[in-house]
Design a protein around this ligand. Structure first.
Ligand SMILES: [Zn+2]
Length: 256
């Protein structure tokens, strides 16, 4: 009996040691897993067709083509492998449920541009043949956070805004607007910047990707070619189209 108790005690101690080892192992493997996900994100960006030279490592995110960001901890879309990005999109869109109400939370830093935000929302919500709708919410949960940030990366660019593409069926979760950078623009141009960034959140690429020297994008079926009137043309902060073009609307109706 005494001997058995001793055995049990030994087994228990061994179990404790094993448990302790496991705990240590877990804590050491965690950072590696974080690194791994960023490698997957990098591969996903390359799979979308962005050349390695266009990808800027910016701390906890990657930036491509000046205003599109990919968080290193993002969920990789399951159809990501071999995905290409026709107007032009990434191949990964907001799912059929979530597109009906994409909730935007306006950070206090952006409330001074609420009118511009509402104007941008009205453009997307007004597309005939599309059931995609944005709305403003004042509490969590929300799908997109829009906030002010002095955008200084990538170096050498004046970046007016940045946004994320959809992932996992959800809209791109973050829009950053360089409020100081666009403050001198007209109301219509400030609203354009915001409208453009929301366009990225729902998967649109730059319509002028070719002229901009960007990676090959996927045509939205039936809506092809260049479009000087597209609000989704890139590199036109302060000077581009201020209303969605007919082709922008057609592409939205096809996808949503
Ligand atoms: Zn853009």
């Amino acid at each position: 009996m005494k001997n058995n108790l001793k055995k049990i005690a030994v087994v228990a101690m061994v179990a404790l040691v094993i448990a302790a080892c496991k705990k240590n192992q877990e804590s050491t493997t965690e950072p590696q897993e974080t690194v791994k996900n960023s490698d997957k994100v990098l591969q996903y960006i390359k799979d979308l067709g962005f050349p390695a030279t266009s990808i800027v490592d910016n701390g906890n995110e990657f930036i491509v083509e000046e205003d599109i960001t990919f968080p290193k901890n993002m969920e990789i879309p399951t159809n990501g492998a071999g995905a290409k990005t026709e107007q032009y999109y990434t191949g990964s869109i907001v799912n059929s449920t979530k597109k009906l109400n994409i909730r935007i939370f306006v950070d206090p830093s952006m409330t001074s541009m609420s009118s511009e935000i509402n104007s941008a929302i009205a453009q997307w919500n007004g597309v005939t043949g599309s059931t995609l709708r944005f709305s403003i919410v004042t509490t969590a949960p929300y799908d997109i956070l829009i906030k002010d940030e002095a955008l200084t990366a990538p170096p050498g660019y004046v970046t007016c805004g940045m946004a994320q593409f959809p992932s996992g069926g959800s809209a791109g979760a973050l829009v950053r607007i360089n409020k100081a950078g666009i403050a001198g623009n007209s109301f219509a141009q400030r609203a354009r910047t915001i409208c453009h960034e929301f366009g990225h959140c729902i998967s649109f690429r730059h319509t002028n990707w070719s002229a901009q020297g960007e990676s090959t994008a996927t045509n939205v079926p039936g809506v092809t070619g260049t479009d000087a009137l597209s609000l989704m043309n890139g590199g036109q902060c302060g000077s581009g189209a201020t209303v969605l073009s007919q082709k922008d609307k057609d592409a939205t109706a096809v996808l949503y």
